[in-house]
Ligand binder design. Structure first.
Ligand code: BDP
Length: 715
């Protein structure tokens, strides 16, 4: 009997990936043992030849050795000779080995791309990982490791890759006091940490490795609502340390700066960008930074937006402000990322304001300025049309900003796989240069001759052990990086990669789980803001539903009623010609298509139109009934997600399984909360019944209105 128990114990704990409790701290870099299926083949990876070492190459080499050891138990060694090595890595290999076409392939992979190629066969086979730069070798190495993790066949690899965007950044909205604006995974990993380096070095290395593995090459360390103090010695000292730590991973650091810094910390009278003294102050500050961080990336600026100071405070334009900083950074090849997320209290439709303020400035920005535009015209909603600024500024480098942290999609409580949403934006056709002028092409340099191409994602990273609060939120970090590298990748293929590395290579696990992920974002849209509704969230926390909220003294365009306009006459924001005419900012045929409710895509219909409750939808249902079905579908989908997930028990470690199960339970409850709050509230205007075949709401409207959302558990 005892023997049997021991055997069982042995079997359970020797099975790769099963049962061992996992916290998620290693992200997708777990390096589980590969299965017997590929072990033989992979065990041949014994000798590594490295052409010219450097700190970056050393990182790549160490990672590879560590991964091979963990996955195959082989202690790979560095071989001084090219001949007989199983892996050849480094820059300049094309000079040493004769592979037909390699030089041409290297020409196609730009400064940070790579070539991975197998030469020879059988026991003589060699894997070559080469590039035009050390960074390219680093990315190629991680790509190769990813293949091993996914148990891909490595007998005949032939890959040429190059990133679509030059600068691939994370934006951390981290405050110097250690809190994270819109962060739901604990406090800041950067600021207000006691023994910053000694204890946390490994932690930072995981951060750096994870980002390098997906091609992130820049990180903004502090909140766009920037404290001027970040530019004081006290904080710059820390920035220097972070820069040193991240450099071998090819990650540059950037800072968000407060436009009033010259006045606030420099003691100047004001921060007028056209005053010499102010310009000098910035030049000196920039020089000071570059003395310590020669590869400093540059500045991110939120100006004249939501109360932040900016050039308009002095009657100057965004271009005046951006160009002043650009001049200071230019000698060092630094970049200014100037955000277009602006909205003045002018009373004009908020969705129009970025375009109204920025498009007239096209061509006026210096070459090292990139205008950073949120994916949609309002604010990271579960579904928005693309921002009409994309494609409208041909003479300016434009970059897209996505939000990875789920400010409006259920925080770290809801499973919402975001690439399906991001792909929707990338693939939206702006028509600015005729059909096929997608947002991706309008930003990656293929449509316009942008000086710089870049992309930013607002990070969902915090001090939680699993980094992102929800295990599945790690997928959004991972996928953002993969899409920043190549926006043509499909959301499902990225999801599959991530699942394999993060959980298991077993298709019995992957297929249903991928299905959960792929349907999750639409579920959130349905139970929160279907048919183009938006911003129905509580006005400050942005979590639960508060379509009814009225706050004395608050800006109307911060409140849900401004957006949904529900009344007895109907619901929706009229942005057609007869309303705010936001449709006009889009190129034809989009402008006409959006302008007419009959041709407007129904998933955006209430974004562009105010329609009566009995308006007939393409399904033949009334708008009210259609709305009800969408809200109910959203809830049903989450229940289905729960059922599918429950069946995964035993296929992965219990710890992560239970954690996700618990989160899904919360999501399911909150989906009902959303559905009931919105429908019961809108019903007070529509005065129409919820279709009889649907279950009855589980809440009471008056009770729901009393819920006071408590943010303290979410930060
Ligand atoms: C909004 C957030 C706010 C940010 C702002 C921004 O609610 O916290 O400061 O975006 O992007 O979504 O600047």
């Amino acid at each position: 009997m005892r023997g049997k128990i021991l055997l069982l114990f042995f079997l359970v704990f020797s099975m790769p990936g099963l049962m061992m409790a996992e916290s998620g701290e290693n992200l997708w870099l777990r390096y589980e043992k590969v299965s017997n299926k590929v072990l033989d083949e992979y065990s041949g990876l014994k000798k590594i030849y490295v052409e010219e070492s450097s700190p970056v190459i050393e990182v790549a080499q160490n990672e590879l050795m560590k991964a091979i050891k963990a996955m195959t138990s082989v202690d790979a060694v560095v071989n001084k000779k090219l001949a007989g090595s199983s892996i050849l890595m480094g820059v300049g290999l094309d000079e040493k080995i004769n592979i037909q076409g390699l030089k041409d392939r290297l020409k196609n992979c730009g400064p940070e791309g790579y070539v991975i190629q197998t030469i020879g066969t059988g026991s003589d086979a060699q894997v070559v990982i080469t590039a035009n730069s050390d960074a390219g070798v680093l990315y190629g190495t991680f790509a190769f490791i990813r293949m091993l993790q996914s148990e891909e066949d490595i007998a005949a690899i032939n890959i040429v890759e190059s990133p679509k965007y030059e600068l691939r950044l994370l934006n951390h909205w981290d405050n110097l006091n250690g809190t994270v604006e819109r962060g739901y995974a604990g406090h800041s990993i950067w600021w207000n940490r006691e023994k910053i380096f000694k204890v946390l070095k490994e932690h930072y290395q995981t951060y750096a490795r994870a980002n390098a593995s997906i091609g992130i090459n820049g990180t903004v360390l502090n909140n766009v609502n920037a404290a001027p103090e970040v530019l004081t010695d006290e904080y710059l000292e820390q920035v220097v340390r972070f820069a040193n730590l991240l450099r071998p991973y090819n990650i540059k650091v950037y800072l968000s700066v407060n436009f009033s810094s010259p006045a606030v910390i420099g003691g100047l009278e004001d921060s007028d960008p056209l005053r010499d003294e102010v310009r000098e102050w910035w030049k000196d500050k920039v020089e000071e930074i570059y003395e310590e961080i020669p590869d400093f990336g540059g500045f991110l600026v939120k100006a004249n937006s939501e109360g932040q100071p900016g050039p308009q405070d002095y009657g100057r334009t965004h271009a005046d402000g951006a160009n002043m900083l650009a001049e200071a950074l230019e000698p060092y090849n630094g970049i200014v990322m100037w955000r277009a997320f602006v909205y003045a209290p002018s009373g004009d439709d908020r969705a129009k304001q970025a375009y109204t303020e920025f498009v007239p400035l096209d061509g006026k920005f210096h070459e090292n300025v990139i205008v950073q535009v949120k994916n949609g015209p309002v604010d990271f909603q579960p579904r928005e049309p693309f921002s009409p600024v994309f494609g409208a500024m041909e003479e300016t480098s434009l970059m897209i900003e996505f939000q990875i942290t789920q400010e409006y999609l259920g925080f770290s409580n809801h499973l919402a796989y975001l690439p399906t949403m991001q792909k929707e934006t990338f693939e939206s056709d702006t028509y600015v240069k005729g059909p096929g002028s997608t947002v991706a092409k309008a930003t990656d340099g293929s449509l316009f001759n942008q000086k710089h191409t870049a992309i930013a994602g607002v990070a969902n990273i915090g001090r939680d052990t699993n980094w992102t609060g929800h295990h599945f939120a790690q997928a959004n970090w991972y996928a953002y990086g993969r899409l920043a590298w190549d926006h043509t990748l499909r959301a499902d293929e990225i999801g599959q990669e991530w699942l394999k590395m993060t959980f298991s290579n077993d298709s019995a696990f992957i297929d249903p789980t991928l299905n959960i992920m792929m349907r999750s974002r639409e579920a959130v849209v349905n139970y929160m803001t279907p048919l183009g509704l938006h911003h129905l969230m509580g006005w400050s926390h942005h979590h639960g539903p508060e379509p009814w909220t009225e706050i004395e003294g608050a800006r109307p365009d911060w409140l849900p009623k401004y957006y949904h306009n529900a009344s007895e006459s109907g619901i929706g924001f009229d942005r057609s010609e007869s309303g705010s005419n936001a449709v006009e900012q889009y190129e034809e045929p989009l402008a006409s298509m959006y302008n007419n409710p009959k041709t407007c895509p129904e998933n955006l219909i209430l974004w562009f139109h105010h329609l009566p409750w009995d308006y007939t939808m393409s399904s033949g249902l009334s708008l009210w009934d259609e709305l009800c079905y969408h809200y109910y579908d959203g809830v049903e989908e989450v229940r289905l997600m729960q059922k599918k997930w429950d069946r995964m028990q035993g296929m992965i470690d219990e710890e992560r399984f239970e954690h996700v199960r618990h989160k899904l339970k919360i999501q399911s409850r909150e989906a009902e909360w959303w559905r009931d709050a919105c429908l019961l509230y809108f019903q007070t205007f529509s005065k129409m019944p919820i279709p009889a075949e649907l279950e009855r709401p589980v809440h009471d409207l008056d009770e729901l209105k009393k819920i006071k959302f408590d943010m303290t558990h979410h930060n």
